[in-house]
Design a protein around this ligand. Sequence first.
Ligand code: C2O
Ligand code: CU
Ligand code: CU
Length: 545
Amino acid sequence: MSETREIGRRRVLGIGGALGLTAVTALTTAARLARHPASTGGQLRSGVPLPPAFQAPLPLPSVLKPVSASGGVDRYEITQREAPLEILPGVKTPMWTYGGTFPGPTIEARRGRPVTVTHHNELPVPSVVHLHGGRAPATSDGYPTDLVLPRNWQDPSSHMTHGAHDMGGMGGTQGMQGALGMRDPRAVVTRLTRDYSFPMDQRPTLLWYHDHRMDFTAPAIWRGLAGLHIVRDDAEDSLGLPSGPCELPLMIADRAFDDHGNLHYPSLDPTLREQPGVEEAYLAGVLGDVILVNGAPWPVHEVTAVRHRLRVLNASNARHYDLEAVTDDGRRLDLVQVGADQGLLATPVTHRSLPIAPAERYDVVVDFGVVPVGGRVRIVNRLGSGRTRDVMAFKVARKATDHSRVPRDLSYDLPTWRRSDATRIRDFSFRAGRMHGGHGWLIGGLPFDPARSDVTTRLGDVEVWRLIADVHHPVHLHLVGFRVLSRSGRKPLPHDAGLKDTVSLRPGESAEIITRFDGYRGRYLFHCHNAEHEDMGMMANLEII
Ligand code: C2O
Ligand code: CU
Ligand code: CU
């Protein structure tokens, strides 16, 4: 599936040939598939009247309290369950939730202090929880077949196969039958509950947890299975960045609603029990016509006229944003980026607008001190049109003394891997193709198969990966952070700075990333984080030995 070259051979083969040809093919496919170059996917239209923008107050997800903090471990409990939520004013929308809210409750963690989250599955389908950006042992990483089965679950295809009978009790290690009839002998399936343990031995940053069930991740996230998990440490706290009420997590996600106020999603099997996939018009991704921030449509938030730290996550399935902050008189405020997916940058990077792909996070400081009291700052998406152009607004309510600062030196512990450190170079194409006789999204020409080994690497090895895309593909690696070395042979873009875990490839683009596979041995993943692409095959195994 991948072309691997040891460094020595690379000199002989040269870099030009294979990748050059790939690029030509990718561009043709891109031209065919990318109907709207700004986003990849088909947009649903809501059937209920939509509220005006900038009326709903911005919700701030509640911070979860540990049930115990003994033995140096913070223990949390979360019950996954259906709940009717008022997302649109006056409309009840049944959702799948972590703990009854959307977003789910936020977990606040300290670097080096372990966290265990016990999840209980009271949903009507199996679930899997993944902590995106978390550095966890493989048993807690939420591999897509490591299902937590709900009460009374009968595997729809179990009568056709062996080995998919009741695993009995918790922690059984037996093969699990995937929805497409693929057997995964290594799956660890439990009933009703599972503990996910995170050492939290990682750089402070904004992580998020979300469902990761094989074939059904996209509709599960769409229904509400997403929440925030923040890691902090003393070094970051001492920087003096805006904090308290001046630090705001912003989970941006688009959705659509049917004429009864239910979430609208074009699943082939709306029960999400048996048949994966979406209607043909949405094979490239599902876009909604309502923009939610922290679960509220186009919200507004009152701020004081000081710097604010915005911890932005794009939790959309397929929608890309290019965010800018615009005042009522048309001025654009600087977006001062202090952090990326995997924590603080070495030094701030100032943007006029900031592209953010699904699953990416940006840590950004905006100074509302330059806005007159009573003024408004709109966050808009330059890639949207009509109502999807608006995201949210800030209303500058009163003056205040700004005690925050944005130091020139933010962090000293960013990895500095060089090409010469790499023991291996691998090439991966991310492209449309055929899968099980229908449309699929493929990595290196193959759809995901939990039983196949794709990448095997040694713990501690540094590798350079060259990724090439036909249409937009935000590529995500589990376990490790990486740095972007180049884009289409040129230097990285300003927003590629820092340590990333998701890199957004634009149509026809290639990128080189470098990382060290350290932390844990075991079976992990890499995949496209367009959630529909991910469900339709664009995922592969990453085995660290
Ligand atoms: Cu956020 Cu494997 O994903
Ligand atoms: Cu992840
Ligand atoms: Cu993709």
